[in-house]
Design a protein around this ligand. Structure first.
Ligand code: ZN
Ligand code: ZN
Length: 335
């Protein structure tokens, strides 16, 4: 089969690989759609724990073409999306239903071959039926699942005024989730005009271009700040600035992935005096079914987040676009 292979950090090729062989508890999926994600870039760059050589791709969907003898609830022909996280179910985190911190966590496309290939072998425990969804929507189940996990951390109350930095695919998934959770207003900030236009189309109340007057513009909207401020940029400077816009007693969600070595300055006095709450969120945790329901019921417009669909052998152009995010939203490798 044809596959994208990361041979070592900084090195990838598109080449023939042996077809995967399934174990009794696995299915063979003919991959139809596979999303390119910032994490793939981190794995490629070598600043994310991964096992090489690796077929990357952790956001994918496809059709089952073979099922192992122990597979009980799926059959050949089923359309499925993959939750990439594999848990040991034995460690203390797994026993506390906090499997996203499983000390033996493994993920398709990170430690085990993933979805940038014609075929992928995946455990039954990791697949979800996506009847009623397109394959492209199926490829967005994972990022939507991560978004749902994040929104569950910070919690949206009815009537909250929410400020989101970043109008990329993740920012707009989070925005739509906040809208569904009863936020009164949604304000989205980004550098790129076209991305803000999409935010507006998908329900943003205010869209604001990040420029020199940003602080003034945001203060004029909510002089006493927003109940919830979310970073979907992964820029340390942006994360640091969130404290300027959060309302007293407000919540801040760190969703974007900042460089591991980045540091920001915050005022402990402010956190104390203003009763600020800071939330992290990592990966997803049993949120795939909810993500599928939200996409199927059109509560989340997933297709609108896709700017490019490319064949597998154009993976290099997809990767190039990912390095310069201004010109693209979600890129899907389609087969
Ligand atoms: Zn991802
Ligand atoms: Zn575990």
């Amino acid at each position: 089969m044809k596959a994208v292979v990361f041979d070592a950090p900084g090195k990838f090729s598109i080449r023939e690989m042996p077809d995967p062989e399934i174990k009794p508890d696995e299915v063979l999926i003919a991959v139809k759609a596979s999303g390119v994600c910032g994490t793939d870039i981190h794995i490629y760059d070598g600043d994310f724990i991964a096992d090489y050589p690796l077929i990357p791709g952790h956001e994918f969907s496809g059709e089952i073409v073979e099922a192992g003898k122990d597979v009980e609830n799926f059959r050949v022909g089923d359309k499925v999306a993959v939750d990439p996280c594999m848990f040991c179910r034995k460690c203390s985190f797994c026993r506390e239903n906090r499997e996203n911190f499983c000390i033996n966590l493994q993920a398709y496309g990170v430690h085990v071959n993933g979805g940038f290939a014609e075929f992928a072998a995946v455990k039954e425990a990791n697949i979800y039926n996506i009847q009623g969804l397109s394959f492209v929507e199926g490829a967005l189940v994972e990022p939507v699942g991560c978004g749902i996990h994040g929104i569950k951390q910070v919690g949206i109350d009815i009537g909250d005024h929410v400020l989101i930095f970043g109008s990329g695919p993740i920012g707009l998934i989070l925005m739509q989730l906040c809208k569904n959770s009863g936020a009164a207003t949604l304000t989205v900030v980004d550098l790129v005009e076209e991305k803000l236009e999409l935010a507006k189309k998908l329900g943003a109340t205010n869209v604001i271009k990040a420029d020199d007057d940003l602080q003034e513009k945001l203060k004029s909207l909510r002089s006493e700040g927003f109940q919830v401020v979310i970073d979907a940029t992964g820029s340390p400077a942006v994360v640091e600035s969130m404290f300027n816009y959060v309302r007293d007693r407000g919540r801040i969600l760190f969703f974007g992935v900042c460089p591991q070595k980045a540091r920001i300055q915050i005022s402990p006095y402010d956190v104390y005096k203003r009763e600020l709450k800071i939330y992290g969120t990592f990966s997803l945790l049993h949120t795939s079914s909810v993500a599928i329901d939200m996409i199927r019921e059109k509560k989340i417009n997933a297709e609108a987040l896709v700017s490019h669909k490319l064949p597998l052998d154009q993976f290099d152009s997809a990767f190039e676009m990912m390095h310069n995010r201004a010109s693209s939203m979600k890129i899907i490798i389609e087969q």
